[in-house]
Design a protein around this ligand. Structure first.
Ligand code: ADP
Ligand code: MG
Length: 568
């Protein structure tokens, strides 16, 4: 239940009554003097974005339908001689409440269901628009109010195990939600609670009792962090959870020696949907511009987190404060507290009162967003036909009439999904790190290979250098040896040259002697000639020939670049 600033005046067409009291309640007079404010709002905070439906300013008003239960055996027995206390005019969406035999009052509702209305039709008119809103990212509430035995649980919580057409709003809502969400990108979770004597018990985890309500100081959103939250896989899983909840509710009530009609059952359905491209098309281009992009081109994903509350209230009849039901006065006060506070809040909101006593009870705190808040709310009031319960039926109808005046400022629960962006970026970082590691590994392999090759080259070079040094040392030695040899040879040559000169002189001397001897006698010449040819020449000539041949062969030899030449 919202603060005064959020409260809106009812629309003149929304509710009207033929009686003076209900006319006042319809707000017709007020509508002329008070400005109409949009029933939905828009926020520009980076974390939450809000869409408005300004074209449909009535969209935030609490919708109220009335359902009449068929006569039961009791009614047939006790009212056999009496007419029903109500008369329905469904085509006019009106209900006539008989005061006495002569007068009646007529009230208009958003929908009037006769006793023959099917569960399917009730769902489609009352709850389906709320479920669709929840699927679109708005909070929603469907609540049943009425006297015990008028059909609240039948309307909301019927499981319809034997006959699917009997299924109530809870099951049908979950069927629609499951069918319209993706198990991969979306999630549907539930909590199922009972509120009794201002204590919240967990119907899915019965050991959790007295669960505290916490409020976000910034947004005012209420939550129950202590309650079990079960992720729903499919409709059978949900039915299973509902059955567990019902069994726990029964067990808890037996233990507390009370009836379920004294407690409020609250089903909370948390729907989390990722906004895909298709939905993004609905976002105005300006908003698309406003949406900040992550550096690097990744667009911040958007998530819609909405909550559906389905509330099966305790019977609206008051517990006798005198304690006639065996209760202490204090207990009776507590049992009534939440429902009484709800009535007060609805009155205050309907009357545009400056103070809304939200904090007076746990129920009103839990329903803060449903009446005067940002949720789309539908209320179904259930009544019986019997005149015996005229007073309760009247008070139920008046409750519904007042609730019809409340206009919520419907707000889209959409935010940037930093969580999933973070996951996406972390994944990218992991991929990049992997890539960098792969590249580093490749580079290291390349470096290792290059180093290996470098080492091989260095080894080869060292080897070559070593060989070169050895070779040059060898050549050095060889050179020295050859120089020495050459020197010896030159000496030898010079010696031979001297010998040649000596020989030539000797030959010349011999030729002279020969010439001289020619003159002295042929015999002597022959003797001399014979001596030369037979003794001296055979000794000298081979030696001379050998020396000449060697000199001829070596005269072109080059050692260390210096040409050694000699003359014969
Ligand atoms: P409440 O929860 O308001 O105390 P229930 O839902 O338990 O009332 O209804 C009381 C009895 O009336 C149940 O047996 C239920 O089956 C029956 N009942 C209520 N509404 C209808 C209806 N529209 N059609 C048929 N039976 C109904
Ligand atoms: Mg009930």
């Amino acid at each position: 239940m919202g603060s005064t600033s959020k409260r809106q005046l009812p629309l003149s067409s929304s509710s009207s009554s033929s009686s003076s009291s209900s006319r006042a309640a319809s707000g017709q007079g007020n509508a002329a003097v008070r400005p109409k404010t949009p029933a939905s709002r828009r926020s520009v905070t980076p974390n939450s974005r809000v869409h408005s439906n300004e074209d449909d300013s009535d969209s935030g008003r609490v919708r109220v339908a009335v359902r009449l239960r068929p006569r039961n055996a009791d009614d047939l027995l006790s009212d056999a001689d009496f007419a029903d206390c109500v008369e329905l005019q469904p085509e006019m969406r009106r209900l006539k409440l008989r005061k006495n035999n002569w007068s009646s009052e007529s009230y208009r509702f958003d929908e009037v269901f006769t006793e023959s209305a099917s569960q399917r039709r009730v769902y489609e008119v009352v709850a389906k628009p709320v479920v669709e809103s929840v699927l679109n990212g708005y909070n929603g509430t469907v609540m049943a109010y009425g006297q015990t035995g008028t059909g609240k649980t039948y309307t909301l919580g019927r499981l319809g195990n034997d006959d699917a057409s009997e299924r109530g709003i809870m099951v049908r809502a979950l069927e629609d939600i499951i069918a319209n969400t993706s198990p991969t990108s979306d999630s549907v979770e539930i909590s199922y609670l009972q509120l009794y004597m201002e204590s919240i018990q967990d119907l899915l985890a019965p050991e959790k009792i007295n669960i505290p309500i916490t409020e976000d100081p910034r947004t005012g959103e209420v939550s129950l962090p202590g309650a079990a939250v079960v992720k729903i896989r499919d409709i059978d899983h949900f039915l299973q959870q509902l059955q567990i909840g019902e069994a726990n509710r029964h067990a808890a009530n037996t233990k507390l020696n009370t009836e379920s009609s004294r407690s409020h059952a609250i089903l909370m359905v948390y729907v989390r949907r990722s906004v895909h491209e298709k939905v993004e098309d609905e976002i105005s281009s300006q908003e698309k511009v406003n949406r900040s992009d992550v550096p690097g081109g990744s667009r911040i994903p958007i998530v819609r987190k909405s909550k559906l509350l389905i509330v099966d209230l305790a019977g609206s009849e008051r517990v006798d404060k005198s304690g006639s039901e065996g209760l202490l006065l204090e207990e009776a006060k507590f049992i009534n507290l939440s429902l009484t506070s709800l009535g007060k809040c609805i009155n205050a909101l309907a009357e545009n009162s400056p103070h809304i006593p939200i904090r007076d009870s746990k129920l009103t705190r839990l329903l803060r967003d449903s009446f005067g808040g940002s949720a789309r709310t539908s209320l179904i009031i259930t009544i019986g036909p019997s005149a015996r319960h005229h007073a309760e039926t009247t008070s139920t109808i008046m409750f519904g009439q007042r609730a019809m005046k409340i206009v919520n400022m419907v707000k889209l629960k959409e935010e940037f999904d930093y969580e999933s962006l973070c996951r996406k970026l972390e994944k990218q970082v992991d991929q990049l790190t992997e890539e960098i590691e792969r590249q580093q590994k490749l580079r290291k392999n390349d470096t290792d290979e290059m180093e290996k090759r470098l080492r091989e080259c260095q080894n080869t070079f060292a080897e070559a250098e070593k060989n070169l040094v050895t070779r040059s040392e060898f050549l050095e030695k060889e050179n020295t040896r050859l120089e020495l040899e050459m020197k010896d040879f030159l000496n030898e040559l010079n010696h031979q040259k001297d010998l040649n000169v000596l020989m030539r002189d000797e030959v010349a001397s011999l030729e002279m002697s020969l010439k001289h001897s020619k003159l002295q006698g042929q015999k002597c010449i022959d003797n001399q000639h014979h001596k030369f040819v037979c003794t001296l020449l055979p000794r000298v000539l081979p030696c001379l020939a050998k020396e000449l041949w060697a000199a001829f062969s070596w005269n072109t030899l080059t050692i260390r670049g210096a040409s050694l030449q000699w003359e014969f």
